[in-house]
Ligand binder design. Sequence first.
Ligand code: FAD
Length: 468
Amino acid sequence: MSRDDGLSAASGGATVVVFRDDLRVADNPALTMAVDRGAPVIALYVRDEVSPGIRPLGAASKWWLHQSLASLQLSVAELGIPFVLRSGPALRVVPEVVAETGATAVLWNRRYGAGEIAVDTQLKAHLREDGIQAESFQASLLFEPWTIATGAGTPYSVFTPFWRACRGGPEPRHPLPVPGRAAGPPTVVATELLADWALQPTRPDWAQGLRDTWTPGEDAAWARLHSFISDDLDEYAQGRDVPGRQVTSRLSPHLRWGELSAHQIWHEVGRVRAGLSALAAEGATRFLTEVGWREFSWHVLFHFPDLAERNWRADYDKFPWPALDRNALEAWQQGRTGVPLVDAGMRELWHTGTMHNRVRMVVASFLTKNLLIDWREGERWFWDTLVDADAAANPFNWQWVAGSGADAAPYFRVFNPELQAKKFDPHGVYIRRHLPDWDTPDYPDAVVDLAASRRAALSAYQSLREQS
Ligand code: FAD
C-alpha cells in the first residue's frame, strides 16, 4: 500500500484507527496506513447505539462482538497499539479521543448503510475542518457498490449480470499482510472495559450453544477457511444444499464482523485453485459465486437503504397481510409449528445462532407463505438471533423469499417443507440432530394445513397481481 490517498507522513501527531465491521489486523487498509504513517497509533472501537439510522445489534450479534473484540484487543496489543473502547455517538466520541491524544489523523474502513454513511461523512467533514487528516478505505466489499452499474448507469437488480459485470472488471486487489509494529511508545488513553458493556447474556446465560458452535476472532476465521478448503471444497457444489452434511464454509459470521475479508477469501481460493481436483474447482467457483451474492446484497442495500423496512418492489406494498397471528409467530420462533424441517431449523437457530441456508429458505417461505406473516417479522427475529445477522444479506434474502425483493423467487414459489425434507434430508439426519422430540407423542400437530395455506397464499398473491 502506498501513500497515494493524500495522507501526509506524521508530523508527530498520533493516528487514530476507528474499527467497526473490520475486526482484523491483516488486510486492514486503515490500520496498515496508520502504521505506515510512522506515528503512535490508537485503535478505537466506538459502541454507537444512538446515532440515527444505525440499527441496534441483536442479542446473538452482541455475543459475537464481545468475543471478537476480546480477540482483536490481543492482536492489536502485539502491534504495540492500545485498544480503546468508548460508548456514545461517533460524532462526539471520535473528536474527543483526537483531542485527548493530540492525534493528527483518523482513518477507517468504509461502511455502506445509509445511517453509517451519514455519520462517517459528517465525521470526515468535521475532522477536516479542524485540520485533522481523515481518510476512509475499501475493505469490506470486493466491488464498491457505486462502481458497478448497468449500461444505462443504473444499479443492477438481477444477480447474474451484476456478477458478470463484477467479474469483467479488474481483479480485486491483493490482501495486505499484518502490518509491522506501530511507532511507540503507545499513548496512554482511558478506555471503558469490555466486560462493563454487558454484551454477553448472564441471567439467563443462553449462550452455551453459541460457545459450543463458534470460535469468533481472526485466527479462528483463518482456521475455518483452511479447513473448508482442504476438507469440504470438493463436496461443496453437490452438498451445499444438504443441511445434514456440514460442507458449507460457515464463514458468514467471520465475514459479517470482518474477521476475514472477501479479498482474503478471493485470493486464498485463487492461490490454491491450480492444485484442486475438478470437483473442488467446481466447488471453488460456486463458493465465490456465493460470496458474490453477499456483494449483490450490499449493492442492493446501498442503492435501496430501507431494505429492512420497505418492499424493494413497491407493488408488494398492497399485499393483503392478514392481522398478525401472534401465536403462530411464536410457534415459528420457538420451533414448535409441528412441521419438522421448519422446527429443526428454528431450533438450530436458537441454540447455535445460525441455520443452514436451504433451511433458512424453507422457514422463511413457511412464515411468509404458509402462515401469511409479513417478512419483516421474520427478518427482525433473524436479526436478533443470528450470529451472522447482516444489515444487507438478511433483509435482502427475506425479500428474496417473500417475492418482494431484487431478483426474487417468483410469488408462486411456495416451498413445501415436507418435499424439501424428503429431497434434502431424506434420512432425517438434520431433523433428528436438532429436533429430539420428533416422532415422540410430545411433538405437536402442524399449526397449519400445508396444502390449504399454500392455496390461500397463492390467491393473496394473485390478488396482488390483479391490482398491479
Ligand atoms: P457458504 O455457502 O459457505 O457461502 C460463503 C459465503 O457467501 C457466506 O459466508 C456468505 O457470506 C455468502 N453468502 C452465501 N449465501 C448468501 C446469500 N444468499 N446472500 C448473501 N450472502 C451469501 N447471510 C448472512 O451472512 N447474514 C444474514 O443475516 C443472512 N440472512 C439470511 C436470511 C434468509 C431468510 C436467507 C434465506 C439467507 C440468509 N443469509 C444470510 C444467506 C445464507 O443463508 C448465509 O450466508 C449462509 O447460510 C452462511 O453459511 P456459510 O458461511 O456456510 O455459506
